[in-house]
Design a binder for this molecule. Structure first.
Ligand code: C2E
Ligand code: MG
Ligand code: MG
Length: 275
């Protein structure tokens, strides 16, 4: 890894402090199942509102956390917070799966699946409610990843390959590694309604996911036309601003209730809440 510049170093120091002081927060974005019409799970996304200034984007601070050796602390914080939030929602009558982004750097540690299992036990969350979202990384060795991902699966924890189509992953790796979910990167989804070639690619990726026994999730759905097309292409789940932007945890249950009223064909879990 390239050494940090002076300004990156300053950011890393501030980030380390923010992680230690638990000043980061998680926003949650629903994944909607096109099969059941239900919101089956939510993805936790880290947010850092640095002091009075502009929020720092995860695409900036996550790579710095990886390079500065802070990522394990950040991952630990994100997992603990997300698991506690799962319990808080369950206590309100909403049982909803939770997905957490985990850097491939953290997965180099073969003990990581045990750590996550212990955390689930400690917080009282069934491991099958948890999905680890893994972004492709060129530095990752497949054999090592195979061991770690297999350990997750043995414990019932699900594993998603995030941003599919943008990174290094080969079809061979898709076959070798025990993923449960394939998330098609938003670059393929954005222009789906206008580009015939993208529709062919996305259809092939969905079929490929199904042939390998994975569920296909489309990221970055921003309009009704794209949502409809993805349904026709056989996509299992969708996520994007058209369904919901990442939101504060307290907004999720009200959003579900409001969505159920506005969009009755979507059987959000809130129907149970309302009854
Ligand atoms: P990701 O996991 O692929 O998350 C999806 C990103 O796309 C999120 O950006 C989300 O806000 C954004 N997004 C969702 N729907 C739409 C849409 O319809 N249109 C557009 N234009 N964007 C949409 P965000 O939150 O800025 O996160 C960026 C990336 O940072 C994430 O990509 C993930 O790789 C990483 N990240 C975020 N939180 C964490 C974390 O806690 N740990 C780790 N290791 N990585 C994280
Ligand atoms: Mg993700
Ligand atoms: Mg993604």
């Amino acid at each position: 890894m390239t050494p940090l510049t002076e300004s990156e170093n300053a950011l890393a120091t501030a980030l380390q402090l923010a992680v230690e002081r638990e000043e980061l927060r998680l926003a949650y974005q629903p994944k909607l199942s096109l099969r059941t019409g239900c919101v089956g799970s939510v993805e936790a996304l880290a947010r850092w509102d640095r002091g009075e200034g502009e929020p720092v984007e995860p695409s900036l601070f996550i790579p710095i956390a990886e390079r500065a050796g802070i990522i394990d602390a950040l991952t630990g914080w994100a997992l603990r917070s997300a698991l506690r939030q799962w319990v808080a929602w369950r206590d309100q009558g909403v049982t909803i799966g939770i997905a957490v982004n985990v850097s491939a750097v953290s997965l180099r540690d073969l003990e990581f699946p045990d750590f996550l299992q212990r955390l689930c036990h400690l917080e009282g969350v069934p491991p099958d409610q948890v999905t680890v979202e893994l972004t492709e990384s060129a530095t990752q060795h497949v054999i090592r990843l195979l061991d770690t991902l297999t350990r997750f699966r043995i414990k019932g924890i699900k594993v998603a390959l995030d941003d599919f189509g943008t990174g290094f992953s080969s079809l061979l790796q898709l076959r070798q590694l025990p993923f449960t979910e394939l998330k098609i990167d938003q670059h393929f989804i954005r222009d789906l309604a206008t580009a015939e070639d993208l529709r062919l690619i996305v259809k092939s990726v969905i079929d490929l996911a199904h042939a390998l026994g994975l569920i296909a999730v489309a990221e970055g759905v921003e309009d009704a036309e794209t949502l409809k097309l993805l349904g026709e292409l056989g996509c299992d789940e969708v996520q994007g601003f058209f369904i919901a932007k990442p939101m504060a945890p307290g907004d999720l249950v009200p959003w579900m209730l409001e969505t159920a009223a506005r969009w009755p064909e979507i059987c959000t879990r809130s129907s149970r809440l309302a009854s």
